[in-house]
Design a protein around this ligand. Structure first.
Ligand code: ZN
Length: 496
């Protein structure tokens, strides 16, 4: 905000320059007066004064005697309620000179602007009253009052104080230019389909007369009306930031943050990148409604069919339907260009979708709990047994049994349990280790590929891998091992 320097006037006494945007308008002050609760107390005093037929000073003395002196003298003060042309204007002054000085200022200023002598000829009368000290009116309030009452001043010689939602924005010279500015603000959000444009906020023009220096240009008014009111609206991505974390810190859902940043790849943020974290809201908001027509995909209806051979919780698409298409006419409401509401006015079917058939498993899912009994992990012939054996003439120890089969044969869990290892491990090649509920572990080695990952619970007979010859192996087989208390035992004693 800039402070405007006004040269001291010869006619009017010098006073500090006033800032047109911070000073509450007369209307605001009057509104405040109306809503202040303490005003009720003041009324009570006034009623008392009238009923007792005594003057305020006498009443104050009486109050002092009654012990209410502290309350009364710190809050209320004797004053004059001002009447203009016999009408109470809702302003009180401590001294009549306040009103007289205001009249002199308005007369001088008007005379200068009009080019002929201007006199405030309203009849001003004063009535004794009581008021809160903080609510006594000042000279400026009366300047406002008399300026707005200048009915005989030609329309285009007047200046106007513009306020938005009761807050003063500034004083402008021409009403015509201001109306043109409003049209320009509306036009910025207009499109071909726009059916209505209106301002969300309440705009008021109050005729006034101020010193030349206090008037702002129409461009300055434009700048003030379009100025963003929500403060800092962007955020610069720092090292380690994620989209989700930024949304959380700004009190938003990821979807909301995404909406403010269309076109941003949320998985690929770069340090220094700017994201919008708040909507920009100008001082004066524009609401538009628009009728739009567009084609929209119509999703396929889904028909579900039970499948008793599939486990519960699993589904399979039997027939994929084809999406349909519809012509939609909708009324879209936007505020400052951002969509706030969408009402569908009509929908014309262009092409009906076809049905997607989905099979839904109904078979009870097997329990992953261990049964304590072990089933053969795969079909095949045993090519090597557990224990000491001779390979190329030397004695060696074999910690499991080898079951040979075709490449890709399904390897199944011997019993329910939890996969505690699934990956490549030295001589074992691709290996799965399942730990069963009683702590017993089963090993399945040399696989060509793995179907489970560590941490997964598996049921007895669940496919866990495909047979292969990875690791230290000479042909496709499954090396199957059973460990009790960490020690390899003969699997043949456990398999049934
Ligand atoms: Zn082996």
């Amino acid at each position: 905000m800039t402070t405007q320097q006004t040269a001291p006037e010869q006619q009017a006494p010098a006073r500090p320059p006033r800032s047109p945007r911070k000073k509450p308008t007369l209307r605001q002050r009057l509104r405040k007066l109306r809503v202040t609760g303490r005003r009720a107390a003041q009324h009570a005093f006034e009623l008392l004064l009238r009923s007792r037929q005594i003057g305020p000073v006498a009443f104050l003395s009486a109050s002092a005697v009654l012990g209410t002196v502290l309350t009364v003298t710190t809050m209320f003060t004797p004053c004059y309620a001002v009447y203009v042309d016999g009408q109470k204007v809702g302003l009180s002054v401590a001294d009549q000179s306040t009103v007289e000085a205001a009249v002199a200022t308005v007369e001088a200023r008007s005379t200068r602007r009009l080019g002929y002598s201007y006199t405030v000829d309203n009849e001003i009368t004063y009535h004794f009253s009581l008021a809160l000290r903080s609510e006594l009116a000042g000279e400026e309030d009366f300047e406002d009052l008399f300026s707005t009452r200048m009915d005989d001043v030609a329309e285009d010689l007047r200046q106007y104080e513009v306020s938005v939602n009761g807050r003063s924005v500034g004083v402008i010279e021409s009403k015509t230019e201001f109306n043109r500015l409003l049209e320009r603000l509306k036009a910025e959000y207009q499109t071909e389909g726009t059916t209505s444009v209106e301002f969300v906020d309440t705009i008021e023009l109050l005729p006034t007369l101020v010193d030349e220096g206090e008037v702002i240009s129409i461009e300055e008014m434009y700048a003030r009306l379009t100025e963003n009111t929500t403060g800092e609206t962007t955020y610069e991505v720092a090292s380690g930031d994620t989209f989700g974390a930024i949304a959380y810190r700004n009190d938003m859902s990821v979807a909301e943050l995404k909406k403010l940043n269309p076109g941003v790849n949320i998985d690929r943020l770069s340090v220094g990148q700017k994201l919008n974290v708040k909507e920009q809201i100008p001082l004066l908001s524009v609401r538009t409604t628009e009728v739009v027509t567009y084609n929209e995909a119509v999703p396929c209806p889904v028909e579900k069919r039970d499948n008793a051979s599939m486990y519960k919780g699993t589904t399979k698409i039997r027939t994929q339907g084809v999406e349909g298409e519809a012509r939609v006419t909708a009324q879209v409401t936007r505020v400052n260009g951002i969509e706030k509401d969408r009402q569908i006015l009509s929908t014309v079917n262009l092409r009906s979708p076809t049905t997607t058939v989905m099979e839904v498993g109904t078979k009870e899912k097997p329990k992953t709990a261990s049964t304590g009994k072990y089933k053969w992990p795969c079909r095949g012939s045993i090519t090597s047994y557990f224990g000491y054996r001779k390979i190329f003439g030397s004695r060696s120890y074999h910690s499991g049994i080898d079951i040979a089969g075709a490449y890709g044969t399904t390897v199944k869990a011997a019993d329910g349990g939890k996969v505690t290892f699934a990956g490549y491990k030295g001589n074992y090649g691709y290996l799965v280790i399942i730990t069963h509920d009683n702590g017993t572990q089963t090993y399945y080695g040399h696989n060509s590929s793995l179907l489970v990952s560590a941490g997964t619970k598996v049921y007895q007979g669940q496919a866990i891998a495909k047979m292969g010859s990875t690791g230290r192996s000479t042909g496709n087989h499954c090396h199957f091992e059973v460990r009790v208390g960490g020690k390899a035992v003969n699997p043949l004693s456990y398999l049934k």
